[in-house]
Design a protein around this ligand. Structure first.
Ligand SMILES: [Zn+2]
Length: 477
């Protein structure tokens, strides 16, 4: 009897320890970290770039920031928060921005006031309109991960990360299939808002226009915390940074650069109130110096495009003077920066400063949706007009041509490169790219003619020489 008692006790203690050490939600390890008295953050997984949920115990109730994005997971996270804080008076849910991996679990907090930027609802509606595409995409993605897992030997180091990725994709797919109820914020703001919870205040500032239209910084001065959403990180803890991967201005996002910069300046001027900056995914970190450098980077580009637009210069001058490695050497190797991202940022900033749209992007979209030649001609006719509505940039047309090639849309790629040849007939590279696309379409003679034109303009071009040698070698056999 006695022995059995001790055995039962030891066994139950062992079970309790192993359960506490390996608590899971939906098959993913749950992490709970105490940041300060009454402040915790929770996330799932050791490898995937999942969202961090923050929870604050305040005098006037529990305040949660961001959801995992999957209602079945978020109801369990809500229970874990209640257990950890020893109370369940949930009062507010705040969203850092509109993305589904932050707002998808909002309905689990439908009994609370849901707080966020006024543009979050539109962003959520746009994502919901994409449902059909996501329903088609997820099974393909899931099958690809399953195939990759099968091809790896058991115990391969990459397998652990893939398994988590598989679970995450299955969870997201189920959520899309279920068409879960959307719960956009019912308390919104446009520039700044303060929530007073007695012993704790939440100062919300718009910092949107880079990652999404609705990015929000949340300063909680009593805890020295600045939550920065998905806008930036200067350390990546995993090699799959996910949403934090790119620090650049996304197109299709509403911008207000002067307001965003002013709000960042105000936040960073109060730096004695900030002890820790925290991105909204667990696998990113951010220092105050990293944030300052990123804000200064955007300011430099914003000033450069405005000065160039006022001086009547073109975007080419701005791009040439603001190449990442040459102009911003200390940021070139920093997480989130790339030459393409820098180019995309300048293009988008230019669009905002000059009021001109990218002709290459517009033509890319028109070709992509199968628009007729007349629509394309209308865009091209704008070139050289007195007040052009578009800017024409050779490298951009070229890049979009390759984007079509990557999608195996060879006809559209050929058309894109033909337009670039028409616009920039003195550039050897436009003929070289067109040659490559024609070759992909099996039009060897036409391709050879293009490579010859390219070589006439740039006899040293190795790609042209190699391609011609291959074509001629192939033709002679
Ligand atoms: Zn995001």
């Amino acid at each position: 009897m006695k022995t059995r008692f001790w055995m039962t006790l030891v066994l139950s203690l062992l079970l309790a320890v192993s359960w506490a050490g390996a608590e899971e939600i939906a098959g993913l390890p749950l992490h709970i970290e105490k940041l300060d008295d009454g402040v915790i953050r929770l996330w799932l997984g050791d490898h995937i770039s999942s969202t961090t949920t923050f929870a604050f115990a305040t005098e006037k109730g529990i305040v949660v920031v961001d959801t995992f994005g999957v209602p079945e997971v978020d109801s369990q996270l809500r229970q874990a928060i209640a257990r950890e804080l020893g109370r369940s008076d949930f009062t507010y849910l705040i969203n850092t921005h509109e993305h589904g991996d932050h707002t998808g679990g909002n309905a689990v907090y439908a009994d609370c006031t849901i707080v966020g930027h006024e543009l979050i609802a539109a962003g959520m509606a746009e994502a919901a309109a994409n449902r059909e595409r996501m329903l088609a995409w997820f099974p393909e993605r899931i099958a690809a991960i399953e195939a990759e897992l099968q091809s790896l030997g058991a115990g391969a180091p990459e397998a652990a990360a893939l398994k988590e990725d598989l679970i995450l994709n299955r969870l997201n797919f189920r959520a899309v299939e279920a068409a879960a109820e959307q719960a956009p914020p019912n308390l919104t703001f446009s520039d700044r808002m303060t929530l007073d919870l007695g012993d704790t205040t939440f100062e919300l500032s718009y910092i949107g226009g880079m990652h999404t239209s609705s990015d929000t910084a949340i300063l909680v001065p009593e805890h020295g915390l600045l939550l920065t959403g998905d806008t930036m990180a200067d350390v990546w803890l995993t090699d799959t940074p996910g949403c934090l991967a790119s620090f650049s201005v996304r197109s299709g996002v509403q911008h207000d650069f002067p307001r965003m910069l002013a709000n960042w300046d105000r936040l960073l001027a109060d730096r004695e109130r900030i002890t820790t900056l925290m991105p909204a995914h667990w696998n990113g970190e951010l220092s105050i110096e990293g944030a300052e450098a990123r804000v200064e980077y955007v300011r430099s580009l914003w000033n450069a495009v405005n000065q160039a637009a006022e001086a009547g210069q073109g975007i080419q001058a701005v791009l040439a003077e603001n190449q990442l490695a040459a102009r911003f050497p200390s940021l070139a190797e920093s997480p989130g920066f790339s030459a393409q991202g820098n180019h995309a940022s300048i293009t988008e900033l230019w669009r905002e400063a000059s009021g001109q749209a990218s002709a290459a992007r517009t033509v890319f979209e028109l070709l992509g949706e199968g628009a007729d030649e007349e629509a394309i001609r209308q865009v091209l006719a704008d070139r050289g007009s007195e007040s052009p509505g578009y800017f024409f940039f050779e490298a951009e047309f070229n890049a979009y041509g390759y984007a079509f090639l990557q999608q195996d849309r060879v006809d559209e790629a050929v058309r894109m490169f033909e337009i670039n040849v028409e616009l920039f007939p003195d550039s050897w590279n436009t003929y070289d790219s067109l040659g490559e696309a024609l070759l992909r379409r099996g039009e060897t003679d036409e391709a050879a003619a293009m490579y010859e034109k390219s070589l006439a303009l740039n006899p040293e071009s190795p790609s042209g020489r190699e391609a011609l040698a291959t074509i001629k070698g192939g033709a002679s056999t």
